[in-house]
Every structure is written in C-alpha cells, then in structure tokens.
Design a protein around this ligand. Sequence first.
Ligand code: KG4
Ligand code: ZN
Length: 327
Amino acid sequence: MILSIESSCDDSSIAITDIKTKEIIFHKKISQEIDHSKYGGVVPELAARLHAKALPAILEQTESYFKNLKAIAVTNAPGLSVTLLEGVTMAKALSISLNLPLIAVNHLHGHIYSLFIEKETKFPLLVLLVSGGHTQVIKAKGYKDFEILASTMDDSFGESFDKVSKMLGLDYPGGPVIEKMAKEGDEGRFEFTVPLINSPLIAFSYSGLKNQVRLKIEELGELSYQDKCDISASFQKVATKHLLHKLKKIFEKETIKEFAIVGGASANLYLRKKIEELCSKYNKNLNLAPLEFCSDNAVMIGRCAIDGYKKDDFTTFEKLDIMARIK
Ligand code: KG4
Ligand code: ZN
C-alpha cells in the first residue's frame, strides 16, 4: 500500500491505496472552506495552522496500516509554500521512522490521475484542468509525460468565480455559490464580452471578464437578490463560452479521441453540460472524475504515486523539496 498526503491549499487529506488493485483502503479529508470564507479567499497562515492540527489527527487513524506500507507519497508542487511544507515534512518523518521510500507528486498530475482512481490509466488524452490555481489544456501522453497546449495568462477559471462571488458579497469558495445563484438568474440580462474572442491566441484570460463584472456591479449600485442571480448567470455563461471557444480550436487540430475535465471547477454542472455538447459535436469521448474527487484530495495523489512506484520514480529525504510555483 501507499500512504499519500495532500496539503497544497486548504484541504488536509490522507489516503491509503492498494498498489496492485488500486483500491482505496482509507481516505479522510478535512476542508477549511468555512474558516477562510469570511476572508473571501485562502489565508496561507491560517491554512498552515489548521493543517498542523488536521494532518496529525488524520494520520493517527492510519496507524494500523503502517505495516503494509511500501512508500509514502506527497504533493510537493505547486501550491502554498507554507502548507506544502507541512505535508512534505510529515512525509519525510514517516519515511525516516518507517524506513520507506518517498514519491513526490505534482498536484496537477494528481488532478489528471483523479480520472483513474480505482481504474487503469487511459492515455493519450486531452485534459481541461480547471481549478482555483490553474486553467490549462494538457495533452497527457503517459506518466509525467504532459504537454501544455493552453494556459491562462492571468486569473484561473475557478479563481474568477471566487472573485465574482466576493464582489457580490457571497461566500468562498465562489464556484458552487455562483453556480447555484446562476440557476435562478437570467443569463441574457448582461452582455459581457467573451475574452480573447477576436484573438488567434490559444490561451485563456479571466481578469478582463472579472473587471467587466466589477464595473457592472458599480453601475448598478445596490444589488437585489435577483441582480446577483442575473450577474452570476451572465458571468458563468461567458466564462464557459470562453473555454468552449478555445477548446473548439484545439479540437479542430488534435485528433486524440479521449477528452477529460478535471480540477475543482470540473464539478460545475453547467460547464459539464456545455462540454458534453461540444464533445458530441467533435466526436470526442468525455471522461470525468467522480464528483467527490474533483476537488483536492489525497486519493488522486495516491493513484498517481502507484504509477510512480511501478516506474521506480522515488526521491530521497535530501532531494525532496517543495516548489510553490512551476514555471
Ligand atoms: O482543484 P481545487 O479543489 O483546488 C485547487 O487546486 O485550486 O479547485 C478549487 C476551485 C475554487 O476556485 C472553486 O471556486 C472552484 O474550484 N470550484 C468551482 C465549482 N466548484 C469548485 N468553480 C465553478 N463551479 C463550481 N461548481
Ligand atoms: Zn487542486
């Protein structure tokens, strides 16, 4: 079995996965969303203090499996440096005390492997990664063999939902809140411009759209509940249209038949529906991770580590370090 640790942002999670069968043996996650909600975003220092309580509390529950462990896996990049360091420190301590090898897992690779939890891998595939930190289209060819086809030039898709929610005086994380409000809203009421609509760039940008929403809020002055619902729906429509517009261009070029959406924002059902329609038009086979594994979790890290284990992709106590940003 592999014990995996995830602490790159505001979720403390530990999982144990069977290497041979890929079965999840243990999984526990403690989220900090409520604690960060009043600040409208994740406060790194607060996140670090909460991980320092939650991670040891979860680890205690895994002790009976220690004798079955063959490796310790941990997210070491990208993420918040203070919180990544806590997971990595715990992994190092376990590796020394249990005399086990270490596997470093890139959080984004983990999100891709959320598709293969308790399953075989399916490469090659095109992946749209939409999270709080990233918006990328990736050509995934195999373990650690990933080519980035498109990225955001500024804010990420999930982050733009968080920021719009904050501007509307709503909760964090903004994604689920905006999606819910949008259901009661009129998506045609505000005509926001689709970012990069006339640009040949295969890239994403959300800061301009966020600014359009800010100006509209200022123009309206005091907002009614219905105004907030209409802004949410109009924003979500354009944010999604932008993804679809650039994806179409990629689908026209790339012949790979398998396509997937991963990351926290892939839980958005409006986005899923629009992408399903696009996939059927371009004859792509849509792959989705189970809803519970779209947001950050240690199971996806463990699943990625199984492939690392099989390829002897181990690291050492001295070499294992965090990398908050990946260039
Ligand atoms: O993957 P994740 O859990 O953490 C990161 O690695 O960033 O993604 C969290 C992000 C947040 O920005 C959150 O607002 C967004 O995913 N998100 C959503 C939805 N659920 C979560 N965005 C849009 N619609 C949703 N339903
Ligand atoms: Zn994530």
